[in-house]
Design a protein around this ligand. Structure first.
Ligand SMILES: *[C@@H]1O[C@H](CO)[C@@H](O)[C@H](O)[C@H]1NC(C)=O
Ligand SMILES: *[C@@H]1O[C@H](CO)[C@@H](O)[C@H](O)[C@H]1NC(C)=O
Ligand SMILES: *[C@@H]1O[C@H](CO)[C@@H](O)[C@H](O)[C@H]1NC(C)=O
Length: 400
């Protein structure tokens, strides 16, 4: 019998014994959210993952592979969404409007946010010592979202990291972690026990010691950047990904590589620019920002938050500047607008990045878009992934 001890704030002792009993009771089914079917035990999650993974892999291994990303007979760069002038991306100009109001963007002489929360589960081995990582995916998650994490792991993530993408040869190193915050243990003991087991099985959970809430989202992403600076030093590009988003991994690799080559060694943030030329600051409701936090009427141009890329070379500067500016809750406006504007990091918009709205999976499967969001349920994710595998899609199926 193996007894595994984990010290997490209060200490929790886990025994594999109990888990083995549950394992036998688990139903084995394909392509359904296993966490629901099995109840929330990590062994069931692992079992579910294996059988789902197996069913996808057996199809994938029979497919011919091409050195470059291919879609339905064309190469990626042929079908990818471009700007009207044919370019793949555009650098956003530094807005004149804000020059007069520069105090908002100048750092305070002393730190306002120490951003020194502990990593309760560090997942320190993800990147490995001395190994370089081309693309690090920081996937935002919540402790209780087992089913979604499993759906992500067993579809695009596994295929992207292990070179099992349908019809495509991925030679760049891709790694990931799921970022979760903390919530008082006494209330949610079962959730945390399961999370700990999941962390042991997959070694891809980073749990950080602050309250996981919408208002703390900016902190969460910044702590993800800090994690990368500490545990994944040799990373070319970090991709922030919301958990309801699917990434076309080979396509994003091609796009990001292209932008990196064009920009030489210069740091940047890359995503899809917020459609409004002067994004308004919202003063009421969930997204509210007080005048004290940010007195101006508009944000600088920023990128939509579901998916955006940040070069490894930009991380240090962003985290450091964020310590000296008042943090605001719309994480995308802060991290891809205010902070880059404040330190002079280039903001780049590419129309192949995701947006919300009515969209059919054809645009993703055929290599037009690098990401696709609003997949709120594991089942939707499995469905889109199946379209990828079969290289077919349904123009009539809209996901929103
Ligand atoms: C995939 O790419 C790598 C690196 O370019 C190459 O060594 C390998 O042979 C390729 N594999 C296939 C199946 O094309
Ligand atoms: C953010 O996290 C900190 C540290 O855990 C906590 O004190 C604070 O209440 C959280 N803020 C919100 C709005 O949840
Ligand atoms: C390939 O994808 C393009 C772009 O989405 C689409 O217009 C075209 O009909 C597809 N071709 C085939 C043969 O499916």
């Amino acid at each position: 019998m193996i007894v595994l001890k984990f010290l997490i704030s209060s200490s929790v002792t886990l025994s594999e014994d109990g888990a083995m009993v549950k394992l036998r009771q688990c139903p084995r089914r394909k392509l359904i959210p296993f966490a629901v079917a099995c109840g929330l035990t990590s062994v069931c999650l692992a079992l579910g993952l294996l059988s789902t993974r197996q069913s996808f892999i057996s199809i994938l291994e029979e497919m011919p592979r091409f050195p470059h990303a291919q879609t339905n007979g064309t190469t990626f760069m042929e079908s990818i969404k471009r700007l009207e002038d044919g370019h793949l991306f555009v650098s956003l100009p530094s807005e004149q409007y804000f020059h007069k109001a520069s105090p908002v963007f100048s750092p305070s002489p002393y730190p306002l946010n120490p951003l020194d929360f502990r990593f309760l589960i560090p997942a320190a081995s993800v990147c490995g010592a001395g190994k370089s990582t081309f693309l690090l995916l920081l996937i935002l998650s919540k402790a209780e979202d087992f089913a979604m994490r499993n759906a992500i792991r067993s579809t695009w993530l596994d295929a992207g990291e292990k070179n099992r993408w349908p019809r495509v040869n991925i030679s760049e190193s891709v790694r990931h972690v799921f970022l979760v915050g903390n919530t008082p243990h006494d209330k949610r003991k079962d959730v945390y026990r399961t999370l700990l087991r999941e962390a042991m099985v997959f070694e891809d959970i980073v749990m950080m010691d602050f309250v996981d809430s919408y208002r703390n989202l900016t902190t969460k992403v910044l702590m993800g950047f800090s994690w990368a600076l500490k545990y994944c030093k040799q990373v070319d590009v970090v991709l922030k990904v919301d958990s309801d988003t699917i990434i076309n991994v080979p396509l994003i690799i091609e796009l990001v590589s292209y932008v990196l080559r064009q920009k030489k060694a210069k740091p940047f943030v890359l995503g899809l620019r917020h459609l409004h030329p002067f994004p308004m600051v919202v003063r009421r409701g969930k997204w509210a920002v007080t005048e004290q936090e940010y007195p101006l009427k508009y944000f600088p141009a920023y990128l939509y938050g579901h998916t955006y890329a940040v070069t490894g070379s930009a991380l240090d500067g962003i985290v450091d500047r964020a310590r000296h500016l008042p943090l605001i809750a719309p994480e995308d406006a802060f991290l891809t607008g205010i902070v880059p504007k404040s330190i002079g990091i280039e903001r780049i918009s590419a129309p192949s990045f995701t947006t919300t709205g009515e969209i059919s999976d054809c645009r993703l499967v055929h290599g037009e878009k690098v990401a696709f969001t609003d997949l709120r349920e594991p089942l939707l994710l499995y469905k889109v992934w199946k379209s990828f595998i079969l290289n077919s899609c349904n123009k009539d199926v809209f996901l929103k």
